[in-house]
Structures are given as C-alpha cells and as structure tokens.
Design a protein around this ligand. Structure first.
Ligand SMILES: [Zn+2]
Length: 194
C-alpha cells in the first residue's frame, strides 16, 4: 500500500513536520539551487529551509537562468568555497544579500558551477566558526559539512545578528530524532555503507 505523503513537507503523513515549520522573515533573500538528485532524498533539508523562510526560493536543476542571480535591490553572493571566498560577516551593507546556496553533494555542486559560468563567477562567501553539524546521517552534505538547513541558519544568524533563526531547525531536529525509524532501513544503509 503506498504511503500518503504530506503535499507540503513531503514527509509521510503520519510524520508530517509542518506544525514545526516556522515562517521567519529575513532581510537576506535565500536562493537554493538544488541538484535534481537531491529532490527525492529522504532528508531534503533544503525544502524545509525554504518552507520555513518567508524570503526564500528553491529552484531545481543543473542549468539555471542567469536572471535568477540578479534580483533588484539585492547583491548576490554564492555560499561556496573558493580561492577568493570571504568569511560571511554581519550585514554592514545597506543593500541586502541574495545568498545563493547550491544543494547537492560536493561533486554535484561543482558540476553545477561548471555548467553555470555566471554562478561560478559570483563573489563567494563561506561560514567561519560554524557549529558542528547535528546531522549524523549523511556524509559531507553541504558547505562546511553542514546540512543545507544548518548552513543557511548559521549564515542568516551572522548576516542578521543578533536575530535568531533557531526555529528554522525545529523540523530538522525532529527529523533527526526520528532518523532511522522514519527513514527506513534501505535509506539508512545507503547513507552508511557507501
Ligand atoms: Zn507536512
């Protein structure tokens, strides 16, 4: 019998996380570029991040329209390491940031950059002093080995200090708590025995 999934958070209905998902405002706009291989992953934290932020968007693909990267009123930065990457600092600029976050394995993210020269040419920012990931299930899932939702939370707390974005992590924490049972044995094995 097929399981019924919540149309919003995509979790099985019995484990719907929507009640835990906030709707947080932010000056920073977050744009997640998600590799198609992440879409159906059991731990799609990018989706939870976008649902929890009022000023955020998720676009799935490998090749992206450059217009996405130039949004009126925002200066665009890419959260990804690079030789000229600058550590994120509290927002001193009068212009808010459009923070572009690739969502995929390192390999997939690098491929996305390769396929999108405009994306690869954006000024890059990185997270300094990020707390250790609470994400114990996947290997090196995102920038600085944080899950995507953790990386975004940390980035927003730097940019918009002293605002707290911890409520964004509530559905993620619940997801981790229910980890193995909720994911099923096959997914657990896939993540642990590569
Ligand atoms: Zn739901």
């Amino acid at each position: 019998m097929p399981r019924i999934h919540c149309p919003r958070c995509h979790r099985p209905e019995s484990r719907c996380l929507c009640a835990l998902i906030p709707s947080l405002p932010s000056r920073t706009r977050v744009l997640i570029l998600q590799h198609p291989s992440e879409v159906n992953h059991a731990l799609n934290t990018a989706r939870l991040a976008v649902l929890g932020l009022a000023n955020a968007e998720l676009v799935v693909g490998e090749v992206f329209d450059d217009a996405l990267l130039q949004q009126p009123g925002y200066r665009t930065c890419l959260l990804f390491p690079g030789d000229d990457a600058q550590p994120l600092v509290a927002g001193l600029s009068s212009q808010p940031m459009l923070l572009v976050v690739p969502d995929g394995t390192w390999r997939k993210a690098r491929k996305m950059l390769h396929l999108n020269p405009t994306l690869a040419a954006l000024p890059r920012v990185t997270l300094d002093g990020a707390p250790p990931s609470r994400y114990r299930l996947r290997k090196a899932p995102g920038p600085g080995a944080l899950s995507t939702i953790e990386a975004i939370t940390h980035a927003l707390e730097i940019l918009e200090a002293p605002a707290s974005f911890q409520p964004l992590l509530a559905p993620f924490d619940a997801l981790i708590q229910g980890q193995i049972a909720a994911m099923g044995e096959d997914v657990y094995r896939r993540n642990h025995t590569q």
